[in-house]
Structure formats: structure tokens, C-alpha cells
Unconditional design. Structure first.
Length: 473
């Protein structure tokens, strides 16, 4: 590992966005090798994105105006599952090197998944434009394990593991002391981080222990039975998820029957997701000492890792989310899911499907900018409605950077090794999940709405500043 002294004397710190890009690329390369079908998925997504941009010039122009075009084929999100508060705290330290902060809290226990989660990502608009890689990180909730003895055993197993190497902790100490990494240190850091999330085909529990964990919850088994929190899935972003779904079917890739999230719209909102089914992988389970000092093993299957695709739309305001949630509740009450396409779309017909109406009704967050045609003109006011009405200012929706609990739970459930939802109980006396999560994290989780609001306000202020300067000339 390189030392910091000589390089730091020259002030050579690697930008967090560059480390994040290297990490995202290395993770994608690793997952392609581990799950070859993921590479097929990437090829399909690239083809669909290229075709969509060729056929939809207005979409391409909008993405270009908001600095989103360059990030499309770079965009990924990954997911890992952790077992202990100490692991979550360590992951926070690692991801902070890449300017990835915990944003939003997701409690998946109501869907029978014994975890709660956050999204680690960049929060600044400029950083998101450089590389928007995000990691959905889930933490086991041991209080939701029904059987006391199994809970005790699971916690004892997890207490013995360390997901990061001594070299990684040494690097973190250097980073936190010096405020940055040299190029050599950054390369070492990425290598150590990727190693922690690598797939390992040997379990750290016996097959009998694994079976007990699996009976309780497939997610519990996936967390406890291995020495590291392997990448559970990796997700590229597409501009047309329906076309990707059709292409996957045409190639006879086993996949979800329907797309999770909102219905297909002219103006996409929030997040739509689908995935190919989790693959069964051969695992060696230790089975005690054998002849000649060699450990005996039992080979059996484990199903957890899959490939996901997402299409991201407009980030909704609090008012927009309230309308969306109300319509979703109506669909759930009527027993209609996204699998029932026309019926599902009809329920959401009350949500305006035009950028102009969504802006007028304050349903989504927007980036505002001065139009090219207006830059030679002189406005009479810096009032935003005036500037919009008179063509000085145009706007595009801010991309939704986060996750939907219902969709996340749906993807989790569809890729469990059981066809029935878990019956994990949620105790009415259980300690507040978010408070527990933040205590383990060692920091609070940011409010995603506040971040979208700040991005919008920054663009509004920039437009108004331009108008004042133009009037003064």
C-alpha cells in the first residue's frame, strides 16, 4: 500500500467522483464475471437506450440540457445486505470516501423482509452528473427473527465475521487523517472495497444451520451464511423499460412477469423496475473434519443474486407523492397491481401526464434554466412565473434518485427462494426502526425531499439572478 507523505506534500488528492466512478466500474466488471447473464442485460439496455435516443429527439435534448445524457450508460445501482450495526457503520465510512451519503429510510419489514435500508448516493447535482452510482444498503433486524434460539445463533455467527480487511481500515485511517487519497491509495481503496463485496462460493455455516436460517427467511440465510456481504444485484438504467422487458422475453431470459412501480406514461415518474429471476448457485457447506485432515463439505444450491433494470422518471414533491400514494392505495384496495396494465393505468389517470401540468400543480421537482432564445432579450421582472410565461425560462423534471419501498419489497420477494411471502411479524412494541438504524449507522439519514428542493431552488435563484443582471444592463 502506498504511503501518503510524499504525494500529499504535492496536494494530490483524487476527487471523490473519480473514486466513485472507479468503484462503480470495478463492481460492474466483477458482477459481469460472477453473473454472466448480467452482461447480456447490459447489452440489451445499451441497445434500447441508443434506439430510444435516436427516435426521441426531445428526450435527448432534455437529458442534454440537464447534464443527464452522459450519465445514462454509466448509471448503476447495487445492493448489499448487512448483518450487524458495526458492519453498517463501517460501510458508511467506506462510502463516505466517495461522497456517498445515506439518504432516505426504508422499512421493508411490513412486506415480510426482516431488514431496513437506506440509499447511499451523491446528493449534489454536480456530483450526480459526474457519476450517479448508488448503493441500496440493508441491515438485518434480528428482533424480527421469530425463534429465540435461532436469533441468538445468527447473532453469534455474525459477531465472528469482519467484512473489511485490516488494509481497508488502515486506508480509512489515512483518509480520515489527511482528508483525501493519493492516486495509489485510491486504487488500493477500490480494490479492497470490491474484495469485500465479492461472491464467495463457500458458506460459513453448516448445511443444517443454513436450512434453519432458510426456513426462517431466505434473506436471513443470505445475510448470515456467508463471510461477506456479496453484491445481491446490480442495476443499469434504461430509457424504455418496456422495450427491455420485451427484448429479455425474446431472448427467453426468465424474468418477472410484470414491471414494478408506476404505470407507463408519457412523462415517467419515480421509478419502474424489473429483473431476471435469481440464479441458483452451487455452494460448499462445511461438514466437519474428514480423512487426512481435510474438511468435509456438502454441495448444495443457494438462490439470491439476480439482475435488475430500472427506468427513472421525475422526482415528485410532497404533494405529488401524496397523490401518487393515494392512487396506489386505491389500486391495492381494489386488488389491482402493475401486472394488470390497463386497469392499473386507469387508476393513475388522475395523475397529470404532462410536464406543464405537473409544474403548474407543483407535483414534481424541476430544474429551471434560461432558454437559448431569451439570452439576448431583456426581461421586465425576475418573477419566476413571469419568466416562464414569457419564454425566458424553461424547465425539465429532476430525475428521481431514490427508491420506492413497495417496489423494493416486490423485487426482494420475487427473487426469494420461496414462493410464499414471509410471515415475519412486526411487533407493535418494537423500537422505532429509523432510530435504531441511525444509531447503528452513526449518523442521521438525509431527507431526500430537502435535497430535491435545494436543487430546484438553486436553479430558480440562478435564473432570477440572470434576470436581474439582464435588466441592469
Amino acid at each position: 500500500m502506498a504511503t501518503a507523505t510524499s504525494d500529499l506534500a504535492q496536494g494530490q488528492h483524487v476527487a471523490a467522483s473519480d473514486i466513485r466512478s472507479s468503484f462503480a466500474t470495478a463492481m460492474s466488471d466483477m458482477y459481469s464475471q460472477e453473473v454472466p447473464l448480467y452482461d447480456t442485460l447490459l447489452s440489451i439496455v445499451r441497445t434500447v437506450n441508443y434506439t430510444t435516443l435516436e427516435e426521441n429527439i426531445s428526450l435527448r435534448d432534455s437529458l442534454l440540457a440537464t447534464d443527464d445524457l452522459a450519465r445514462i450508460n454509466l448509471e448503476r445501482h447495487g445492493a448489499i445486505r448487512l448483518g450487524t450495526p458495526a458492519e453498517l457503520n463501517a460501510v458508511r465510512r467506506v462510502l463516505s470516501v466517495m461522497d456517498m451519503a445515506p439518504i432516505g429510510y426504508y422499512d421493508l419489514s411490513s412486506a415480510g423482509v426482516p431488514v431496513h435500508s437506506t440509499c447511499f448516493r451523491a446528493w449534489d447535482a454536480a456530483e450526480l452528473a459526474k457519476n450517479p452510482f448508488r448503493l441500496f444498503v440493508s441491515l438485518l433486524r434480528p428482533e424480527l427473527i421469530k425463534e429465540d434460539g435461532l436469533r441468538t445463533e445468527a447473532l453469534a455467527i455474525l459477531a465472528k465475521r469482519e467484512i473489511f480487511s485490516k488494509a481497508m481500515y488502515a486506508l480509512l485511517a489515512v483518509y480520515e487523517s489527511n482528508g483525501g487519497f493519493t492516486a495509489h491509495e485510491a486504487a488500493d481503496f477500490v480494490a479492497e472495497a470490491i474484495e469485500a463485496f465479492r461472491w464467495r462460493s463457500r458458506a460459513s455455516v453448516s448445511h443444517s444451520q443454513y436450512q434453519l436460517l432458510l426456513q426462517e427467511s431466505p434473506v436471513l440465510a443470505d445475510i448470515v451464511a456467508f463471510q461477506s456481504p456479496h453484491i445481491n444485484h446490480l442495476t443499469p438504467r434504461t430509457l424504455d423499460i418496456d422495450a427491455v422487458q420485451a427484448a429479455m422475453r425474446a431472448q427467453q431470459i426468465p424474468l418477472k412477469h410484470h414491471i414494478e412501480g408506476p404505470p407507463k406514461r408519457q412523462v415517467p415518474i419515480l421509478l419502474r423496475q424489473t429483473s431476471f429471476n435469481a440464479i441458483e448457485e452451487k455452494i460448499e457447506f462445511p461438514d466437519g473434519p474428514g480423512l487426512g485432515g481435510c474438511d468435509k463439505t456438502i454441495t448444495a444450491g443457494h438462490t439470491a443474486r439476480f439482475g435488475e433494470i430500472e427506468q427513472r422518471g421525475a422526482a415528485l414533491t410532497v404533494k405529488g407523492r401524496q397523490l401518487y400514494d393515494r392512487l396506489l392505495a386505491s389500486a391495492i384496495k381494489a386488488g389491482i397491481t402493475s401486472a394488470e396494465g390497463p386497469e392499473f393505468s386507469q387508476i393513475f389517470a388522475d395523475f397529470p401526464d404532462s410536464v406543464v401540468e405537473m409544474q403548474k400543480q407543483d407535483l414534481a421537482w424541476f430544474q429551471y434554466r434560461i432558454s437559448e432564445d431569451a439570452k439576448s432579450k431583456r426581461p421586465e421582472s425576475d418573477d419566476l412565473p413571469y419568466l416562464i410565461r414569457n419564454g425566458f425560462v424553461v424547465f425539465e423534471p429532476i430525475v428521481y434518485e431514490d427508491f420506492l419501498p413497495v417496489s423494493a419489497a416486490g423485487i426482494f420477494q420475487s427473487n426469494l427462494s420461496t414462493s410464499e411471502p414471509s410471515s415475519t411479524p412486526v411487533s407493535p412494541h418494537m423500537e422505532d426502526g429509523k432510530e435504531l438504524f441511525e444509531r447503528a449507522l452513526g449518523s442521521s439519514v438525509a431527507d431526500e425531499m430537502a435535497l430535491y428542493k435545494r436543487i430546484q431552488e438553486d436553479t430558480v435563484l440562478a435564473c432570477q439572478k440572470w434576470a436581474r443582471l439582464a435588466r441592469a444592463e
